[in-house]
Design a binder for this molecule. Structure first.
Ligand code: TYD
Length: 146
């Protein structure tokens, strides 16, 4: 269950009035880390699967500011969970060292991603077998501590 229990949906207040909605997200407040990087994904077809990686150092919050998508999260030990991102005022928090797959993008999907670290390709694990090996090592290290 390494870090999987930290995955959680976040609900942001909507400052709505007759003019529409305004959602605020702030680092170290509603976002549980300082935001160093921000990118967004759009124009992905329904059958595309993105992500397919784990991060050794970066935490993320994903928000579908338009449209919808799904996120499958795995812990490398056989547990997985699926989350629907279908409201501009909710997001999902993803800690380090969870495997993530984003898929089922609606045509109008704009997936905003907030990240705790700048881009460093070497902290991405893009091979699932290597990820499982690293998880095993982490768990072994934890058990040795106890
Ligand atoms: P990639 O990590 O494959 O996207 P996803 O997680 O959605 O599957 O990134 C796509 C390309 O963009 C890849 O060439 C790396 C580049 N990229 C950056 O240069 N900086 C970034 O912060 C990110 C996330 C990606």
């Amino acid at each position: 269950m390494h870090n999987m229990n930290k995955v959680q949906m976040l609900d942001f207040p909507q400052n709505g009035d007759e003019r529409g909605h305004l959602v605020v997200v702030e680092g170290n407040q509603s976002i549980p880390f300082e935001i160093k990087r921000c990118f967004y994904i759009y124009g992905s077809d329904k059958d595309v699967v993105r992500g397919n990686h784990a991060n050794r150092e970066t935490e993320f919050v994903l928000i579908n500011v338009a449209g919808t998508s799904k996120v499958r999260v795995k812990d490398g030990e056989g547990n997985e969970a699926i989350f629907c991102l279908n409201r501009p005022h909710t997001g999902i928090y993803l800690p380090t060292m969870v495997w993530k797959e984003m898929y089922d993008f609606s045509e109008d999907s704009v997936l905003l991603v907030l990240a705790s670290e700048h881009y460093k390709p070497e902290e991405y694990i893009r091979d699932y077998d290597i990820y499982v090996e690293e998880i095993k090592k982490i768990i072994k290290g934890k058990n040795a501590e106890n």
